[in-house]
Structures are given as structure tokens and as C-alpha cells.
Design a binder for this molecule. Sequence first.
Ligand SMILES: [Zn+2]
Ligand SMILES: [Zn+2]
Length: 342
Amino acid sequence: MVKRELHEIGDGLYAWIQGDGSWGWSNGGLVADGGQSLMVDTLFTGALTRDMLDAYRLATPAARQISILVNTHANGDHTFGNHLVADARIIASKACAEEMEERPASVFRAMIDGWRDLGETGRFIHETMGAVFDFSDIAHCPPTETFSGHTTLMLGGRRIELTEFGPAHTRGDIVVHVPDARVVYTGDLLFSGSHPLMWSGPIGNWIAACDAILSWDIETVVPGHGPISTKREVAEMRDYLVAVRHGAAARHAAGLAWDEAAFDLGWSMSDDWLDRDRIIANVASVYRELTSGAVDPSREEIFRQMLRFRAGAPCPHEPGAGCTCGTPLHNEKRIGLAGGRR
Ligand SMILES: [Zn+2]
Ligand SMILES: [Zn+2]
């Protein structure tokens, strides 16, 4: 069983951390003041969210009734438990609310249940999520209030700043900043200890988000996935994103196809983070941007290559399909292998 733990990270501030933060194992947060409480995100399932709420209520009486829920973005691992606090004000960015409408819990559950009919996408979501979580208690419970750009909330005597940085990880990413406690809850703009996943991009927005957070007077950073962090991990994420952007652009200029660039860059990076196969999706995103959409790999194709990369395939080509990887001619095109794979 994945270890799930409540951490007190300041006066009236908490973080709920789930395991190593791999697929679907997201974090949540709670801010309490003057008998009121603000929750940052719900979790992937009703049961996981219920356990988190129980822990919050044991920690502080203010959590008996959640006053405000903020969803950092639309992904199910941050929203599918919203129905458990349906009486709260639910706040998100306008773009997040729109994305939630397009991919409600019912659509996700139909995909999870019908994975066998969905080809590589189905195999991928089954392997990473369907076989791991119980989705019998998830629901679509959308925001009741939305904003764009920036907004300030008061909770008891406490000022809380919500800032939108998306589209980056998803279309409407926001972060929750509690200035008096020098804490920021980043949602999935920070993955700590694992490769981030860029569904939307552009990557420049994500780098700008890291720069902004690094400029704030903060001490503690609660990532969307992985252990409680500091500015150091935000700086590492920034460096990673810059490296992906440069690495993908160099390979594009050298004439590599998006999937060749993704494998080449993926196997040459020297970090020890989890879920390295996400580099495939991230490079696809950068190629889409570099080519103004002329290169636009489908999710199906991206998942297919992610599965192959996970299984250790050295290149994106099917064996026997005229693949010349390993020959000097082909290697001339590959520019990242010097670092070796690990
Ligand atoms: Zn997440
Ligand atoms: Zn996410």
C-alpha cells in the first residue's frame, strides 16, 4: 500500500502527501484560519479523498466543514473527489472549468472500464491507473466560481493569492500562495522526483511559472506529486524544462522526427526521476509548438511510444520495419547518445 501522510507545514497549514507521486498519486493541502478552512485539490477517488478529509478533521476543527475548495487544474487526480465537499465554494480558473466539462469523471470511467477497446491508450491507462485505483466513487462536481489571471481570497484573517500560469501542464493551471506562511501549493506545475507531464504547453509558460515562483518570498513548496519541496526543486524543474526545450529544438533542427527526438533525448538524460516515459509526451508537445501544429502526434501514438519506451525499446521504430538504428548512417542523425542510457 502506498504511504499516505499528513504533514503540518506551518501554523494552520497542512499537506497530504501520497507515496512517491507516480501516476495518480497526487497531493492535497489545507489552510485553516479563524475557524474556516480552504482545501487545495481533492484526490483521484472518493475513498482516497475521504481518508484525506478524515486526517484534516483530526488535525483541526476548522476542517469539519470545508469553506472553500480550490482546484489547481482539471485532471481527475485533483478533482474526482470534489463531490465530497460539494457544499463548499469551489474555485478554479475559467480554463480549468472548461477543461473539466470536456473530460468529466463519467468519460474517464468509461475509458477505464472499456480500456480493452481503446488500443494503446487503453493499455496505458489500464496499466498506470485502471489496475491501481478503484474508480467506483468518482463524480463530476465542477467549480462554482471561476477567475482568470489572478485573484485574492480572504480566509479568516489570512490572505491567499491564486495565480494562473497555464496553459502549461493543462489548460488552466493555478497555484495557491499563502504569503504570511511563505508556502505555495503548486498543483502539477511541480512534480517532485518524477518527470513532469506536459499535456498542453507551451513550455515557455511553464518555465515562466517556475521563474515567478522562484522570485517569491517562500520557504515551502507543496508539489502536485512527490515529497514536500523547496525552491531547489522548482529550480530543478525549470532546468529540466529548459533542457527539454533545447534538446527537442536541436533534434528538430537536425532533422529527427518527433519520436526519434523523444527516444534520443529520453535515453540521454541523466536524472534519476520516476516516470521517464513522460519525456515522450513532452517532446511531442514541444514539436507541436515548434512546427505550429504541423507535427501533431495523436494521444494514441504518444501512448504507444510511451509504452515502448517504458519497456526499454532503444528507438521508436518497429523491429524489422526497415529500422536502421545502430548503423553509422542512422547514428549520424542521433545527437544525444553520448550521455548513454540509464
Ligand atoms: Zn496530478
Ligand atoms: Zn495534473
